[in-house]
Design a protein around this ligand. Structure first.
Ligand code: ZN
Length: 253
């Protein structure tokens, strides 16, 4: 679940989708098709996805003594470059919305669910309990998209034009394409590394990821970022603990 909004009357799962292009829904077949740049790809209908989430959350709540709380879901397509449509005569499921409709939808739900199920204290306890049991999603991205290590082009990316690998020069990053200079491209590369592979990195792996030959330069970069590490010298392993919930928002744009 991307977001879970609690109030004493009902809970809302807000699932955020960042697809662009034309999105076609086929709720009967449980399928969603994306057409973009002349390419067509199929995905599971997000309505099926949120229905499954509701089912699991309801079970989980029941197991922990919270029952009878209505759970609703909204699927929000956030990209400005998306067109939502449906092939047959039926409408797109009303739970699929654009961000501008969120408040209106939420108000509608508030008018629909008027029975207070939880007290403020119960709600507070439950929200703490949920946080304690929260496990961030760890996806095997390579597997999910049928990629192998060879498909990954290493390098620090240019934050302006996305060219990579850009060049490390006197403590700064220089993009040979757009000529812009920045000081933080290695962070994007490390975040990519965390998403693609694992939560830790060695000097050798960082050299590959940043496309820098000099181990001293890489060592300096890793130390300056203050990553926690264990092991000595060549065996040193730095932990990458970027927060999945807060550190990756730039990927949404
Ligand atoms: Zn550039």
């Amino acid at each position: 679940m991307d977001n879970l909004i609690l109030n004493p009357y009902f809970f809302t799962i807000a699932e955020v989708k960042n697809f662009s292009g034309t999105i076609e829904f086929d709720h009967e077949f449980g399928q969603m098709t994306q057409h973009t740049n002349g390419r067509t790809r199929s995905f599971k209908d997000p309505i099926n996805q949120v229905d499954t989430q509701i089912f699991h959350l309801q079970n989980w709540l029941m197991q922990h003594g919270y029952s009878a709380i209505p759970i609703v879901a909204l699927v929000i397509f956030v990209s400005n470059h998306v067109h939502l449509t449906r092939t047959d005569a039926n409408d797109v499921d009303p739970r699929i919305i654009r961000p501008g409709k969120f408040i209106e939808k939420y108000q509608e739900l508030k008018q629909k669910y008027t029975t207070k199920i939880l007290s403020e204290q119960q709600l507070l306890n439950l929200s703490r309990f949920l946080k304690q049991h929260h496990q961030p999603l760890r996806l095997d991205v390579l597997k999910k998209y049928h990629l192998t290590a060879k498909d990954i082009k290493p390098g620090a990316p240019c934050p302006e034009c996305y060219y990579l690998p850009i060049i490390r020069n006197y403590g700064r990053w220089y993009c040979p394409r757009c000529k812009k200079i920045n000081r933080e491209s290695h962070l994007f590369a490390f975040k990519d590394f965390q998403l693609l592979y694992k939560n830790c990195i060695t000097n050798k792996e960082a050299r590959w990821m940043l496309q820098i030959d000099d181990s001293h330069v890489v060592s300096k970069i890793l130390k300056r970022e203050g990553f926690k590490y264990s092991g000595k010298f060549k065996d040193r392993v730095y932990s990458l603990d970027f927060d999945y919930q807060t550190d990756y928002y730039y990927l949404m744009n």
